[in-house]
Design a protein around this ligand. Structure first.
Ligand code: 3H9
Length: 695
C-alpha cells in the first residue's frame, strides 16, 4: 500500500486500484481527506496497470460528511467539487464501498461514483437539515435522480438515515456485500463491471425520474402543507424543498448553481450557526471534566421504581424499552393496578400506531414486575424514587432504602425541586445517592437532568450518564439548587411573565410572542396543559393570587375545559374574558396603570431574566458549561433548535447588548434584570458564554 498522504492510501489488487481513507473518528471530508482523495484519484486514473477504482474507508464508517469543524473557516486544500468531478469524470469505473454511514458530503461523494456496494448494516442519508443546511455538494440534484423527487424530498427534509437494504431497493446501492467482506466484494464487483463492459454511469445524466415531476408544482405544495407544523420557524427545510424543485425544473448544472446559492445563504445565516453549535453541544454534554471516560461503572441489569404514578410508569417504560427488567413499587394494590394500566395503555396506543407489535407490548409488560412490598427491590442495581414532592416522604423512603438495599446499589431520586443533599443525609451511603430528574411524559421527553449532590461518587455519576445514553436520553449533569437548572431558569421566565401580566399585558399576548419566537407554547398555555392546580389546595385557597381565583372558579386548565384560556371541545384555546376580568381586578387592586407591552419588549422581558439566571447558574458551578444549559432548554423546554438555547441566543445578540437591555429594564423591573456578575464580566471583556469554562 502506498501512502498518498497521512489519511489516504492507494494500492492495487490485480487490476483494481483501491483507495482507502483513514481519518478517524468518522472520515469526515477535512482538507487532508479532500487533498488525499484528489491526489489518489489522479494517480489511480493515470495508472495503466488498473482498469477500475474502489473507494473504501477504514475504521468505523464510510465518510460521515463534510468536516463540520471546518465550517466558517478559510477554505484550504482541494475543494469537494474538484474531488467529486475527478470521481465522476474518472476514465475508469469507480465503485464506492460503504460501511457504517455514508452521510451528507459522504453520500454526495458516493453519488459521484459510478456504482455503489454496501454491507447490510450500512446506512445512507443527507442529514444536513439538522445542521440548518442542505446538501451542498450536489446531493439535492443527484439524489432525486435515483430515488425520485418525492422520496428525495422526504430524505432531505427529515435527514433520516436509510438502511442498506432499503437503499438497494431504491437503487441508491447496486449490490449488498457480506458483512465484514466489503473490500473483497467491492473489488469483485469492480472486476465484474469491467468484464461486462458496463457503462461509466453518471447519476447527473439520469433525468427520467425528475422529468416525470416537471410541471407538477402541486406535489411540492402538498408536501409543504403536510409538513408546515413540523418545519415551523426553520429555514433549512424550505431551502431543501426549493433545491429538489430545482432538480425537477432545471438542467443539472443550473440546479447545482441554485443549490450552491441556497447552501451559502443558509451557511452564513444565524440558524445554521445555532444548529451546528448544537451538534457539538450535544456531544460535549456527556463530557464531565472530573469524571473521565474510564471511570469505573456499576453494572445496571435491574431497576426498581418507587411510585407507579405518571412519572414512575413513564420512567419504567424507558428501561423495559431497552430490555432492562423493572420492579415497580406502590403502597396499595389499587394504585399499582392503575399505574400498570396506564403503562399498558401507552404501549397499546403505540402498537395501534404501528410502532411495534402486540407481541412486543406483551414482552415489554412482562419485564415489569409490580409489587406492594418495598423489600422486593432490595437486590436491584438502581432504584429511582418517583413519589410526590414532599421532603418528609422522600426522607422516609430513603431511610428504608438505606436499610434494605444491597450494598453498592444506586439510589436515585426523581425530585424536580427538593434538596438532594438533605435526602441523602438520612442514609449512611450518600455517595450512592443521585438525582435523576426525568421530564414529563418521561417515556417521551429526551432530557434527563442528572443531579450531582455533595457526596455523589464518580462511578455513580458515570453510570447514571451511561444509563441515560442507553435509554436514549440526552443527559446533562447539574448541581443541587432550587429547581436545578431547567426549572430554575423557567421560574425566572415565569416571574417576568407575571410582571408583564400585572402591568397590563394579557397571557395570550405573552404566549403569542413566545410561540412566534419558536417555543411550542407560551407560559400560560403550558400552565393550562400542566394544570393550574398543581400544588394548589382548595381548602387553603384565599383567592389571594390570580391562580387562586381561577382555580376557585374551577378554571384548572385544559382538563376542566378552561383555565387561563377557554377551550372548545377540540381543545382549541381562545382568550377568556373571565380571566381578563380577574387580571384587571388584580391590576387595579395593586394600583398599577395597565399598559400593553409591545411585542419586542415582551420577548426581551421574558428572555433576559432566563439568560441572567443561566449566568448565575454557571458562576455557582451548577452547570458545567453554557452549552449544557442550552441543551437542557432545547431537549426539555422546547427552546427552538434554530436559536440554539438561551445562552447561545445571548451570545448571538452580543453580551454587551444583553447587559445594556437589562440595565434599561432593571430600574423598573428589579433584581431579575440586574446583570449577574459573570454576565457583566464577560460582556465587559468582549467574551461569549460559549467560550467560558469553570476555572
Ligand atoms: C455536510 O456534509 C455538508 C455537505 O453537504 C456540503 C459541503 C460543501 N465533522 O456522533 P459521534 C465527530 S454537513 C466533524 O459521537 P457516533 C463528533 O463531533 C455534514 N466532526 O459518534 C465526535 O467528536 P468527539 C453532514 C464530526 O458513532 C466524533 O466525531 N454529516 C463529524 O455516535 C464521534 O461522533 C452529518 O451531519 C463531522 N461531520 O455517530 C453527520 N461527524 O468524539 C454527522 C462526527 O470529539 N455525524 N464528528 O466528541 C453523525 O451523525 C455521527 O457522528 C455519526 C457517528 C452517525 C457519523
Amino acid at each position: 500500500m502506498a501512502a498518498i498522504n497521512a489519511v489516504t492510501d492507494l494500492s492495487n489488487v490485480g487490476k483494481v486500484s483501491v483507495i482507502t481513507l483513514n481519518s478517524p473518528p468518522v472520515n469526515a471530508l477535512s482538507a487532508d481527506v479532500r487533498d488525499g482523495l484528489a491526489a489518489a484519484f489522479k494517480q489511480a486514473g493515470a495508472d495503466a496497470s488498473t482498469n477500475a477504482i474502489v473507494l473504501i474507508c477504514a475504521g468505523r464508517t464510510f465518510i460521515a460528511g463534510a468536516d463540520i469543524s471546518e465550517f466558517g473557516k478559510a477554505p484550504r486544500g482541494a475543494s469537494l467539487f474538484e474531488v467529486q468531478t475527478s470521481i465522476e469524470n474518472s476514465p475508469k469505473p469507480v465503485i464506492g464501498a460503504i460501511h457504517g454511514t455514508a452521510l451528507g458530503g459522504g453520500l454526495e461523494v458516493a453519488l459521484c461514483c459510478h456504482y455503489r456496494v454496501a454491507v447490510p448494516s450500512a446506512k445512507c442519508g443527507l442529514p444536513e437539515v439538522h445542521l440548518g443546511l442542505l446538501p451542498g455538494a450536489g446531493g439535492t440534484q443527484r439524489l432525486p435522480r435515483i430515488v425520485g423527487p418525492e422520496k428525495a424530498l422526504e430524505m432531505v427534509t427529515s435527514g433520516s438515515h436509510m438502511g442498506a437494504k432499503q437503499c438497494l431497493a431504491m437503487g441508491l446501492v447496486d449490490e449488498l456485500a457480506e458483512e465484514g467482506k466489503l473490500r473483497e466484494a467491492a473489488i469483485a464487483f469492480a472486476e465484474k463491471v469491467v468484464a461486462e463492459k458496463r457503462p461509466l454511469r453518471k447519476v447527473r445524466d439520469s433525468n427520467e425520474k425528475v422529468e416525470a415531476l416537471r410541471g407538477k408544482p402541486e406535489v411540492f405544495a402538498a408536501f409543504r402543507k403536510a409538513n408546515a407544523r413540523k418545519f415551523r420557524g426553520f429555514m433549512a427545510p424550505e431551502s431543501n424543498i426549493k433545491c429538489i424543485e430545482a432538480a425537477v425544473n432545471l438542467p443539472f448544472d443550473e440546479g447545482l448553481k441554485e443549490e450552491r446559492r441556497l447552501f451559502t445563504e443558509l451557511m452564513s445565516g444565524p440558524q445554521s450557526a445555532a444548529q451546528r453549535y448544537t451538534f457539538f453541544a450535544e456531544r460535549e454534554v456527556w463530557k464531565i471534566p472530573d469524571v473521565p471516560a474510564d471511570t469505573p461503572q456499576i453494572p445496571v441489569n435491574t431497576v426498581g421504581i418507587i411510585g407507579a404514578g405518571t412519572m414512575g410508569g413513564g420512567i419504567a417504560m424507558n428501561f423495559v424499552n431497552v430490555g432492562i427488567p423493572v420492579i415497580i413499587v406502590e403502597t396499595t394494590q389499587e394504585a399499582l393496578d392503575r399505574g400498570m394500566k396506564v403503562v399498558r395503555g401507552n404501549y397499546e396506543r403505540s402498537a395501534k400506531n404501528g410502532r411495534f407489535t402486540m407481541e412486543q407490548v406483551e414482552q415489554r409488560m412482562a419485564l415489569i414486575k409490580p409489587t406492594t412490598k418495598l423489600e422486593d427491590i432490595a437486590q436491584v442495581d438502581l432504584v429511582i424514587e418517583a413519589v410526590f414532592e414532599r421532603m418528609e416522604v422522600k426522607k422516609e423512603i430513603f431511610t428504608k432504602l438505606d436499610a434494605i438495599m444491597k450494598p453498592g446499589a444506586i439510589l436515585g431520586t426523581n425530585t424536580s425541586a427538593l434538596n438532594i443533599d438533605e435526602i441523602a443525609s438520612v442514609t449512611k451511603r450518600p455517595h450512592d445517592v443521585i438525582g435523576l430528574h426525568f421530564f414529563s411524559p418521561a417515556n417521551v421527553m429526551r432530557l434527563l437532568e442528572v443531579v450531582r449532590a455533595d457526596h455523589t461518587s464518580k462511578p455513580v455519576i458515570a453510570t447514571s450518564m451511561a444509563i441515560a445514553k442507553k435509554i436514549g436520553k440526552i443527559a446533562a449533569l447539574v448541581g443541587v439548587c432550587p429547581g436545578f437548572v431547567g426549572n430554575r431558569i423557567l421560574a425566572a421566565r415565569r416571574r417576568a411573565a407575571e410582571q408583564l401580566l400585572m402591568s397590563g399585558t394579557m397571557p395570550w399576548d405573552i404566549d403569542r410572542v413566545l410561540y412566534d419566537f419558536g417555543f411550542p407554547m407560551g407560559v400560560y398555555a403550558m400552565s393550562d396543559l400542566a394544570g393550574l392546580d398543581l400544588g394548589w389546595v382548595k381548602a387553603e385557597s384565599k383567592g389571594l393570587t390570580i391562580r387562586d381565583r381561577l382555580c376557585e372558579l374551577d378554571r384548572r386548565g385544559q382538563k376542566t375545559g378552561k383555565g387561563w384560556y377557554d377551550y372548545d371541545e377540540n381543545r382549541n384555546p381562545t382568550p377568556s374574558p373571565v380571566t381578563e376580568g380577574i387580571i384587571k381586578e388584580f391590576i387595579t387592586k395593586a394600583g398599577n396603570t395597565p399598559r400593553q407591552a409591545p411585542d419586542d419588549e415582551i420577548l426581551e422581558r421574558c428572555l433576559l431574566p432566563m439568560i441572567n439566571e443561566g449566568a448565575k447558574i454557571l458562576a455557582e458551578r451548577k452547570a458545567i458549561r453554557a452549552s449544557d444549559i442550552d441543551i437542557i432548554y432545547q431537549a426539555g423546554y422546547g427552546f427552538p433548535a434554530y436559536r440554539g438555547g438561551p445562552m447561545f441566543y445571548a451570545d448571538q445578540m452580543g453580551l454587551d447588548k444583553v447587559v445594556a437591555r437589562m440595565k434599561h429594564y432593571a430600574p423598573q423591573w428589579g433584581a431579575d434584570f440586574e446583570p449577574a456578575a459573570l454576565l457583566a464580566e464577560l460582556a465587559a471583556s468582549g467574551k461569549r458564554f460559549q467560550d467560558w469554562r469553570a476555572a
